[in-house]
Design a binder for this molecule. Structure first.
Ligand code: KG4
Ligand code: ZN
Length: 339
């Protein structure tokens, strides 16, 4: 096969990103424009504002990605775009931009599921080996995914309430840290002792599902009770205790799935994969389980278009292209993405 260059476009939340990836595993460019400073003022992503910022930026970001990769539109093999899940107004901007370029230049279009993108970010680090297990932890998702082969997704378990990143952001808000709170809690957790007793939701013994809302409520209750007694809970102690409770459940369930499914590799994916505590705990545990563990560098853990172009390569090889009536899908299961 000749060299395949895929342009990826990602606008599912509050990052406008475009990237060029060669043969599904080599990043030629990965341009990301984050709106986080704008949304921080409101304590979370404001969908209307996010869409408007994507409209303003997407054309320029795509131009920059092509320029940095020193490639012209005509040389592209395909254009890949995140079509869901995410904020519908945000997704629509990326989908419209990708369709317009595809139509104008006659370049094949590929639709990519956002979470498939997060998983395939690992392919930019090292070749994926199947069967593999992916632990997906982001602001909107917490899923343990079994991949028997390239492009095949089976969800073993998922959160029944809050996503991990969501729990991080809510706890951060409770201890008065700015949005997004995940990185702040992670930093503080390195400085404190995990001395507070917080609950772990193991659920049924054979379940791979997760639940984080009880833990979040326990944090809020602990703070409230201390406040009523006129006591102060040091933020780093709360951060460390919360992080330990989250990490313990994620690591235990992943290790159990490794044994049950006899996988060749475990990959970590999603924005919370940037978490130092989680990365370290999984690295140590997977070594004990004698299974290869991959985790993307920080820049490829949070939303970016290189991961979208990497995931699109599998569809490209299988000739799975989208038509020009492609629409944004704010809610869509990962299993539907299997090819
Ligand atoms: O994957 P992502 O960029 O967006 C979604 O698709 O959701 O993930 C964003 C989430 C936010 O909730 C943020 O607080 C969390 O990832 N996050 C972290 C860390 N860095 C980002 N959570 C814990 N520790 C971190 N170091
Ligand atoms: Zn994401």
């Amino acid at each position: 096969m000749r060299t395949v260059y895929i342009l990826g476009i990602e606008t599912s939340c509050d990052e406008t990103s475009a990237a060029v990836v060669k043969n599904g595993d080599t990043v030629c460019s990965n341009v990301i424009s984050s709106q986080v400073d704008i949304h921080t003022r409101y304590g979370g992503v404001v969908p209307e504002v996010a869409s408007r910022k994507h409209v303003e930026g997407v054309t320029y970001i795509v131009e920059q990605a092509l320029k940095k990769a020193r490639i012209s539109l005509e040389e592209l093999s395909a254009i890949a775009v995140t079509y869901g899940p995410g904020l519908v107004g945000s997704l629509l901007i990326g989908v419209a931009a990708a369709k317009a370029l595809s139509f104008a230049k006659g370049i094949p279009l590929i639709q990519v599921h956002h979470i498939a993108g997060h998983i395939y970010a690992n392919q930019l680090v090292s070749p994926l080996k199947f069967p593999l297990l992916a632990l997906v932890v982001s602001g909107g998702h917490t899923e343990l995914v079994y991949m028997e082969d390239d492009g095949k997704f089976q969800i073993l378990g998922q959160t029944r309430d809050d996503a991990v990143g969501e729990a991080y952001d809510k706890v951060a808000r409770a201890i008065k840290l700015p949005y997004p709170g995940g990185p702040h809690i992670d930093r503080l957790a390195q400085e404190g002792e995990p001395s507070l007793a917080l609950p772990r939701a193991w659920l049924e013994p054979d379940s791979y599902d997760f639940s984080f809302s009880g833990l979040k409520s326990a944090v809020i209750n602990t703070l409230h009770n201390a406040n009523q007694r006129g006591e102060d809970v040091p933020r780093e102690v709360m951060a460390a205790s919360f992080q330990q409770a989250v990490v313990e459940v994620l690591v235990e369930k992943t290790a159990r799935a490794v044994r049950q499914y006899q996988v060749k590799q475990v990959v970590l994916a999603g924005g919370v994969a940037a978490n130092k505590g989680l990365r370290q705990a999984l690295t140590d545990r997977m070594k004990k389980e004698k299974v290869e563990f991959l985790v993307p560098p920080l820049s490829l853990c949070t939303d970016n278009a290189a991961m979208i172009a990497a995931a699109a390569f599998t569809k490209y090889k299988k000739g799975k292209f989208a038509s020009l009536d492609l629409n944004a899908r704010p809610v869509i299961s990962l299993e539907e993405e299997s090819v």
